[in-house]
Structures are given as C-alpha cells and as structure tokens.
Design a protein around this ligand. Structure first.
Ligand SMILES: [Fe+2]
Length: 207
C-alpha cells in the first residue's frame, strides 16, 4: 500500500513565509582555528597568528573610527584639506581592516567584528566625545599609528620566524607601509612654519 503523505509535515517544510527569529548554537568558538585547511601551517602557528591579527584588527578598526570622528569634527582654517585627508585615510584603513579580517578567516580563525568586542580589545586610548582642536586630533591619530606600527614590526618578525609568509607579507606590504605613509602625511601638519611672513635670518634658530 503506498505511503500517504502527512499533510502536517508538508505544511511545516514548504511555506512562502520567511523563517525569521531563528537561533542555534555557534558553529565555531572564538579563539579556535578550524582544522582541515590546505595551508601547510601548524594549528599552533595559526592560533598565534590569528590572535595577534585580531589585536591588529581591533586597533585598525579603532583608528578608522578615529579618522571618521576627525573628518566630521575638524575645525579651523585647514578644515577643507584635513576634512578630505582624514576621509582618504579612513577609506584606506577600512581596506586594511577587511584584509586583516579575511586573513584571520583564511587561517581558520574568527575575526572580531562588533564594536563592543573591538572596544574591549584595542590598545588605542578612547578619545572623548567632545570636539577637539586640530593639533590634538592629529596627535591622537599619530599615537594610534605608532601603536599599530610598533605591533606590525613585532608581528611581521614573528610571522617570519613561524613560516607564515602570507601574514608577514600582509603586515609589511599593506599595513605597515600604509600606516607609515599616513603618519608622515599627518606629522607634517604639526611642523611649526610661518604661514605668511618669513622670519629674517638671525631671528630664529633651526630646531
Ligand atoms: Fe564625509
């Protein structure tokens, strides 16, 4: 005798209604790396690299936020050029953020993503909600670059020691060099030079 279809089952599996409000346990725990990857890199190496890259990710996300804050809140006679420069650097940091996050996933890890987790992880000091003057904005940005650059140098060396060439290349070629360049562009704005009238020789000392 042919098996009769149960109308209740059919109703529960075929429906035009979207299945919203679903939840389930996570498929991978944060801080772990997945096992079967054709990378020829030991699990211990991938664990260490993903942990370090997540620190770099949190700092890079924070720096990109700091650039957007500066882009919005900048004031003064250099408003226009800094408004544009801050946004250019923001966009470059956003690219870096994506590259780091995807490298973490590629290594079998889990990248940080949400603001709460980033805030708990970053080493960059929290700025006030208040609006600050240009030299202070730039100083904050330079301090953030210094934290990232210092970490890049250590991480690149460690990745090299462990044979993780891909991480070494990403950190040196993309992250370190971009941060060095952005730091140079910013620091030149903090050089005290005459804007309109030069001081005659003998009136000032080079320092
Ligand atoms: Fe804008």
């Amino acid at each position: 005798m042919p098996k009769q279809e149960n109308p209740t089952t059919r109703q529960s599996t075929v429906s035009a209604q979207p299945r919203i409000h679903q939840s389930a346990p996570p498929i991978q725990a944060y801080g772990t790396v997945s096992h079967a990857l054709p990378l020829e890199l030991e699990e211990a190496v991938r664990l260490e690299m993903t942990e370090q890259l997540n620190l770099l990710l949190a700092d890079s996300i924070t720096l990109s936020d700091l650039y957007k804050k500066s882009h919005w809140q900048v004031a003064g006679p250099t408003f226009y050029q800094l408004h544009l420069l801050f946004d250019k650097h923001f966009a470059e940091q956003v690219e870096i953020v994506d590259e780091i996050a995807e490298r973490i996933q590629l290594l079998g890890g889990i990248s940080l993503a949400m603001a709460h987790d980033v805030a708990e992880t970053t080493r960059i000091p929290r700025p006030p909600r208040d609006r600050e003057e240009v030299p202070v904005q730039i100083s904050r940005l330079l301090d953030a670059h210094q934290i990232i650059i210092g970490h890049c140098r250590k991480l690149a060396e460690r990745a090299d020691e462990l044979g993780d060439d891909g991480t070494n290349d990403l950190v040196v070629s993309d992250i370190l060099r971009t941060n060095e360049l952005q730091g140079w562009f910013l620091s030149e704005h903090l050089v005290q030079v005459p804007l309109v009238i030069s001081e005659p020789s003998g009136m000032r000392k080079a320092g």
